[in-house]
Design a protein around this ligand. Structure first.
Ligand SMILES: Nc1nc2c(c(=O)[nH]1)N[C@H]1C(S)=C(S)[C@@H](COP(=O)(O)OP(=O)(O)OC[C@H]3O[C@@H](n4cnc5c(=O)[nH]c(N)nc54)[C@H](O)[C@@H]3O)O[C@H]1N2
Ligand SMILES: Nc1nc2c(c(=O)[nH]1)N[C@H]1C(S)=C(S)[C@@H](COP(=O)(O)OP(=O)(O)OC[C@H]3O[C@@H](n4cnc5c(=O)[nH]c(N)nc54)[C@H](O)[C@@H]3O)O[C@H]1N2
Ligand code: SF4
Ligand SMILES: [Mo]
Length: 725
């Protein structure tokens, strides 16, 4: 293949459009001649392409994404753990036969539910759909869930509860351009989706950009002109903050009463539930001044186009669903959802974080965002699959519960991992690692020997984005095409082919096609009539570049904007759901001790567990290690200097890293990115307590102590030692 391919970035949900042009032949010579060979070794060049989400722009990760195609650490053959305990290269037949034999043995000895599947929000729609079908039919297990549980589950639960449907942005991203006011709750888009900030420019110019984050992030700094607002509440206090905003909106009669009466139910109960959250009380809990709260409420109600958007900062908590619900209540009382030029949304994270949560990777779900317990849904999907509905297992368990079942009696004996480096990205990873080590069989499909793959019994090397066809659904709910630009290396395989081969070896009679176009045709049928209906979408229309927003029933033109006339509940009305602060839900630092709150999140240069971006030299060089960001006042109190080696520690674990002092974080918090593995994994410290509604773990606020490592001088870099001397 030598012609350019129009596709999208392999990483986040913004799905920036890019053109890949194969350079094989020319770059080989260039690479060997260059002293800086790795920079030129990508077999395709990457160019940003004009598209509504990115308008030609890409971030550093997108620009460098093609380097991984020929990374020296890319896996080129299946690996099987030998009697010596090490991984050795094997043929595809050997590896697949071994997996199928072990799975059959485990199933006959312990039952079908002894096999678990862990999927990912980075998989194409075709892969996620087929993986869900593979679990239910080829393995016969109910135990499938995925890493979107760590990502979108709280926002999804809140959206389903309020609106009856979960599409992250129920409007095209470009709608934000005309906004007067945008409230960003716990999202740092300037680092997590850099081209996104182009859509904030209008609100910024109008003085209406409001960022709520305990850190003064790159996004918060967009308000530095003094016209916008940065609210820096205590970590984990967004729920009281939002209840306070609702209190002011009601007290100052800013509620859109016509909208509330005609489009919602539940106002009275919400009104009662916020009665005691007067601004001064909110100030004492959150640290945000009562006057600021009032000013913000008035601005949000002022009209002229207001959007409220949430990110992981408010959602990844044990009360994340309720916090997202409070944000939705605020939006509904102001009459925003469904009104042209205003709205509420959540920013989906992973490349296919939206489509990946619609077609059956969730433990309680069938394709088309159908409920696995719904007899009609089962009958419909069973018809498409050509099976008796009774053979489709019932609901399984969400990710954290699945991981707690690893290697325990009556639990899971074998796990297949597709698209997650879960031993770095799950909460409380020490326990997760122990669980993976107890398994009889761990199979990981990946391009690299990630920290999780390194623990596997069998590792299967797969094609990367530029080598495969498929579809993704972006944060806008828009279905787009991933196109193949390159022939994959000889030793790797497409994941659809792997599922097909395994299903065959397991004796499944259901269809597991290897052609993504055929799988998509089946997905269309399976999703037909569901909430996430793709039945009217086909590859030809996507190849033309048509904007395909779901629901897209056959014969329709799709739905760029939801909720204009009705919400997705049977009566068409949105639900205002009263939520309350559960004081005991979150462990807080013990007063009088050195404990502070650990906040975790992302850096611009790295993606997720870092399995990919830590293998891109340019990205690794600019962020080579985890740094614990602390306020200088806190550091001084603890006797910690900039660059000192520290231990961040709690009863779960310990992270060794260096301190970075910055006034941009609250003095009661320390920030760690979660992009690093082994002893720098932030998730050694995070709790696997979950939100009771969404099963989202508490990633964002945990209690830790930070200590200077006494002999820090011996580990300082030479030049720094010089400065100190
Ligand atoms: N560079 C980069 N970009 C990415 C990713 C990546 O790994 N790296 N991952 C993608 C994915 S999967 C996702 S989900 C998105 C996530 O995108 P974001 O939601 O923007 O990312 P985070 O950094 O996890 O969290 C956002 C902010 O929440 C703040 N925060 C922490 N605790 C609290 C709190 O209690 N309240 C409030 N209000 N804020 C809090 C943090 O300080 C942080 O700045 O990014 C996507 N894009
Ligand atoms: N402390 C803390 N922890 C967090 C978060 C946080 O904010 N704080 N955020 C959470 C969030 S929002 C998320 S989304 C998770 C993400 O965390 P992970 O689930 O670990 O996601 P990735 O690091 O993207 O891992 C994806 C793996 O699959 C591989 N891969 C990529 N594409 C494919 C594919 O098509 N098929 C297969 N088989 N493999 C593929 C990659 O090489 C990589 O090894 O982390 C969560 N963990
Ligand atoms: S913002 Fe997201 S989609 Fe765009 S280039 Fe960066 S990682 Fe890729
Ligand atoms: Mo995510």
């Amino acid at each position: 293949m030598t012609h350019p391919a129009d596709t999208h970035c392999p990483y986040c949900a913004l799905q920036c459009a890019m053109t890949l042009t194969p350079t094989i032949g020319t770059t080989d010579a260039a690479a060997s001649a260059s002293p800086d060979a790795h920079v030129h070794s990508a077999p395709v060049t990457v160019e940003g392409r004009d598209f509504p989400t990115n308008r030609g722009g890409l971030c550093k990760k997108g620009w460098t994404s093609a380097e991984l195609l020929r990374s020296p650490s890319r896996l080129g053959a299946p690996l099987v753990r030998g009697a010596d305990g090490a991984l050795h290269e094997a043929s595809w037949d050997e590896a697949l036969d071994l997996i199928a034999t072990s799975l059959r043995d485990i199933r006959s000895e312990h039952g079908a539910d002894a096999v678990g599947v862990f999927g990912g929000g980075g998989l194409t729609n075709e892969k996620s759909y087929l993986l869900g079908k593979f679990a239910r039919l080829a393995l016969g297990t109910s135990r499938i869930d995925y890493n979107g549980r760590y990502c979108m589950s709280s926002a999804a639960a809140a959206g389903n509860r309020a609106f009856g449907v979960d599409r992250g942005l129920p409007f095209p991203l470009e709608d934000l351009d005309g906004a007067d006011t945008i409230l960003l709750l716990g999202t740092n888009v300037a680092e997590t989706m850099p081209p996104f900030i182009g859509h904030l420019a209008g609100a910024q110019a109008a003085g209406g950009l409001v960022v709520v984050d305990p850190r003064r992030t790159a996004t918060a700094r967009l308000t530095d002109d003094g016209k916008g607002l940065h609210l820096q509440p205590a970590p984990g206090t967004d729920l009281p903050l939002l209840l306070g905003l609702i209190h002011v909106v009601i007290a100052e009669r800013l509620v859109d009463l016509d909208y509330v009466a005609s489009r919602t139910v539940g106002f009275d109960r919400v009104r009662r539930s916020v009665a005691t959250w007067w601004p001064e009380r909110v100030q004492s809990v959150t640290g945000v001044a009562a006057l600021t709260l009032k000013r913000l409420a008035r601005r949000l109600a002022a009209g002229g186009g207001t959007y409220i958007l949430t990110g992981r900062g408010v959602e990844q908590h044990v009360d994340g669903t309720d916090t997202a619900t409070a944000a939705i209540n605020l939006a509904l009382l102001l009459g925003l959802p469904g009104r042209l030029g205003s709205g509420y949304g959540t920013l989906t994270g992973q490349g296919n974080g939206q489509g990946g949560r619609e077609h059956g990777q969730k433990c309680d779900q069938l394709p088309g965002y159908r409920k696995i317990v719904d007899p009609e849904a089962r009958a419909h999907v069973a018809r498409v699959w050509g099976v008796d509905p009774a053979v489709i297992p019932g609901p399984g368990v969400p990710a954290i519960e699945l991981l707690k079942l690893l290697g325990v009696p009556d639990g899971v004996r074998a796990l297949m991992v597709h698209g997650s480096n879960l031993v770095v990205s799950s909460p409380n990873v020490r326990d997760v690692r122990a669980g993976l080590e107890r398994l009889d069989l761990l199979v990981v499909c990946d391009f690299f020997l990630s920290e999780t793959a390194a623990l596997a019994d069998v590792v299967l090397p797969i094609t990367q984005w530029a080598e495969e066809e498929g579809t993704m659904t972006s944060l806008e709910g828009r279905v787009i095409r991933r196109r193949r630009a390159l022939t994959p290396p000889a030793g790797v395989r497409d994941e659809l082919w792997i599922l097909h081969e395994l299903a065959e070896r397991l004796g499944s009679t259901a269809a597991f096609d290897t052609d993504p176009a055929v799988v998509f045709e089946e997905l269309r049928l399976a999703s037909e009539g569901g909430l996430a209906d793709y039945s009217g979408i086909d590859y030809a229309m996507l190849d033309r570049g048509d904007a395909a927003y779901w629901p897209f029933p056959r014969g329709s033109r799709g739905t760029p904007r939801l909720f204009a006339d009705r919400f997705a509940h049977p009566d068409g009305l949105a639900r205002l759901v009263p939520v309350t602060v559960r004081e005991s839900a979150r462990p807080a630092p013990t007063p009088g001790t050195d404990e502070i709150t650990l906040v975790t999140g992302r850096l611009l240069e790295h993606y997720q567990s870092g399995a990919q971006t830590r293998r891109v030299p340019e990205l690794l060089e600019s962020q080579p290690e985890a740094l614990a960001s602390m306020h200088p006042a806190t550091a001084e109190r603890l006797g910690i200097g900039d660059g000192d080696e520290v231990e961040v520690v709690n009863h779960r674990g310990l992270v060794r890293c260096r301190a970075r002092l910055t006034p941009d974080i609250r003095p009661d918090a320390v920030f760690l990115p979660f992009h690093y593995g082994d002893e720098q994994a932030a998730n050694l410290l995070t709790s696997d307590e979950v939100d009771p509604i969404s099963s989202m773990p508490e990633f964002k606020t945990n209690v830790v102590s930070v200590r200077r490592i006494a002999d820090a001088a011996s580990v300082r870099l030479p030049e720094e030692t010089g400065v100190l001397a």
